[in-house]
Design a protein around this ligand. Structure first.
Ligand code: HEM
Length: 531
């Protein structure tokens, strides 16, 4: 009994040990998995599902990277979904990241804006192809810049034949002769600005020039683009001003959403747009259009010019539709207000910090005013050569339009680099304007870089504050007139100086355009006869 009992116990022990297999198995890992799978078998379905979902979510975050994975270019390593955006934020914004990336990776490199692969090109020779010679292959801006109806036909977002049609119908509206008709609007708005400066000058404390210039530009564009005399500089409607001045402040959640798949569908469903408050300005524009259709206006503004262009073109097959006119007027507000206001504030800052440049400019303006002050203001400002150099250098240094984008519509090779169909091409204007190969001591503010003999030394595609080629800014002439008339009107009466509270260092942020993080303070001094 004893014996048999003991044998039985030993047998049982052996069975128990064999059952676990642990000390004897030549493949312990496999054995462990087997045990694990038995323990977890009731949950197996869920775990596999979870694994599949995780793998799918990861794949969605990286799948688009494949578009350029075979293109042998340097560039920063991307994260799923975020691409290089975390690193960009660490650099302090896209404008700064492009400068740093140029130092690390050169003039052509690949990077990822969230899930979207992008090839950045800062090489003037290649830009000549992308922007002009091979325009047809890069004729559109990328999908993520599309607007929702009814704004989808605005020139910035329109694609292919619709862009061609709208651009060719709008081009005459921005010709020198047509712009001459809206000069009185710019001049009048500049006079109101000077009147406001009158009240703030000779105060020891610096004033917030950014706010004043933003209202000045908004005034011009509301009058010129919408035909709306909203008195925004003197007696503003707070709601309208608030909406107009924040139109380019894309909410963070909209920017964040753009990293995720199905962004386009979500954007359309919830009517989200990179520009805020569009419905407000669409309604405003529609009501103006209806009024103008009932009784034509004697006003000379972009709205009227667009309507007249439609009449003039009545015989032709192509005309601007009501929807297209509304979309353009809203775009003019978006594209033409903050850009100008911000650039003017940069100018005030540069002049206050470079008294030598300002003195030379004042001498030129004074001399010209004495000898031909009664010349129409448009011609007068065009004749000032040093002013032109100051404005050109200001536009280079500020680079409010810090980056342009195109989409490659057809796989092609330029200078040995393959651009796959669908890839976004980034043109980092701010970084190109700081490339020491073309701009020695790039941070220095030096208008003489634009002396004709200096311009000749540079390649032609390294200066692009308004973009270049058929898709460049349609408002260049208007913007330059506004900047120059504004400056001349101010500098005939005042000068900018450093004083108590003057901004010493600009803090910038890159959104749709480059803007200031904080107000810009500059001291304003009334000029005396001897100045
Ligand atoms: C300092 C002022 C301005 C700056 C720096 C500026 C800059 C730019 C830049 C960089 C582009 C993109 C060009 C490209 O992709 O190659 C652009 C496009 C555009 N801008 Fe301006 N802009 C200014 C003022 C204006 C004004 C006053 C208007 C009109 C009232 C305007 C209307 C437009 C339009 C409609 C486009 C799209 C053109 C197209 O795609 O065909 N801009 N601008």
């Amino acid at each position: 009994m004893n014996n048999s009992g003991s044998v039985t116990r030993v047998h049982l022990n052996i069975q128990r040990v064999n059952c676990t297999f642990v000390p004897y198995s030549p493949f312990p890992f496999v054995s462990m998995l087997e045990v694990l799978s038995r323990v977890l078998s009731p949950f197996c379905g869920w775990i596999s599902l979870l694994f599949l979902i995780t793998a799918f979510i990861y794949w969605l975050g990286v799948s688009e990277f494949a578009l350029i994975s075979h293109v042998p270019l340097p560039g920063p390593e991307p994260w799923p979904y975020f691409g290089n955006l975390i690193e960009v934020a660490r650099y302090g914004g896209l404008h700064k990241a492009f400068v740093e990336y140029a130092k690390k990776y050169g003039k052509v490199y690949k990077m990822y804006m969230g899930r979207s692969p992008m090839i950045t090109v800062a090489d003037p020779e290649m830009l000549k192809h992308i922007l002009v010679k091979d325009f047809d292959k890069f004729r559109n801006r990328p999908d993520f810049m599309r607007s929702n109806p009814p704004l989808e036909s605005n020139l910035f977002a329109a694609r292919d034949d619709q862009w061609k049609k709208v651009r060719s119908l709008l081009t005459p509206t921005f010709s020198s002769s047509k712009l001459r008709e809206i000069l009185p609007i710019i001049e009048d708005a500049a006079n109101v600005l000077v009147g406001k400066f009158e009240k703030s000058a000779d105060n020891e404390k610096s004033i917030d020039v950014l706010s004043l210039f933003r209202l000045f530009s908004l005034d011009v564009i509301l009058r010129a683009g919408f035909g709306l005399d909203a008195q925004v500089q003197t007696d503003p409607d707070p709601e309208m001003v608030e909406k107009a001045l924040t139109v380019l402040e894309t909410p963070v959640y909209v920017r964040a959403l753009s990293m995720f798949p199905f962004y386009k569908q979500v954007k359309e469903f919830f009517d989200l747009d990179l520009a805020q408050h569009s419905p407000y300005f669409i309604a405003l524009s529609q009501s103006i259009l209806e009024k103008r259709k009932i009784s034509s206006s004697s006003r000379r503004d972009l709205f009227q010019l667009m309507l007249e262009a439609r009449e003039e073109n009545a015989e032709g097959t192509q005309k601007l539709t009501d929807e297209e006119i509304v979309a353009q007027s809203v775009l003019f507000l978006i594209a033409g207000s903050e850009t100008n206001g911000t650039t003017m504030a940069f100018f005030a800052f540069y002049l206050a910090h470079h008294p030598d440049v300002q003195e030379k400019l004042l001498r030129e303006i004074d001399h010209a005013t004495r000898s031909r002050g009664d010349t129409p203001i448009g011609e007068f400002v065009q004749s000032l050569q040093y002013l032109d150099r100051v404005v050109s250098e200001g536009l280079r240094h500020s680079s409010v339009g810090f980056g342009d984008v195109r989409q490659c519509m057809e796989t092609c090779v330029i200078n040995g680099v393959e651009f796959p169909e669908g890839v976004s091409v980034n043109i980092p204007a701010y970084a190109i304007h700081r490339d020491p190969d073309y701009w020695p001591e790039p941070e220095k503010f030096d208008p003489d870089r634009f002396l004709p003999e200096e311009v000749e030394k540079r390649p032609s595609f390294c200066y692009l504050p308004f973009g270049l080629g058929p898709k460049q800014c349609i408002g260049i002439r208007m913007a330059l007139l506004e900047l120059k008339i504004g400056l001349v009107k101010i500098l005939r009466r005042f000068k900018f100086e450093r004083g108590v509270g003057t901004t010493e260092k600009l803090e910038l942020q890159s959104g749709i355009i480059l803007t200031f993080l904080k107000p810009v303070f500059v001291k304003l001094v009334k000029r005396s006869q001897d100045d």
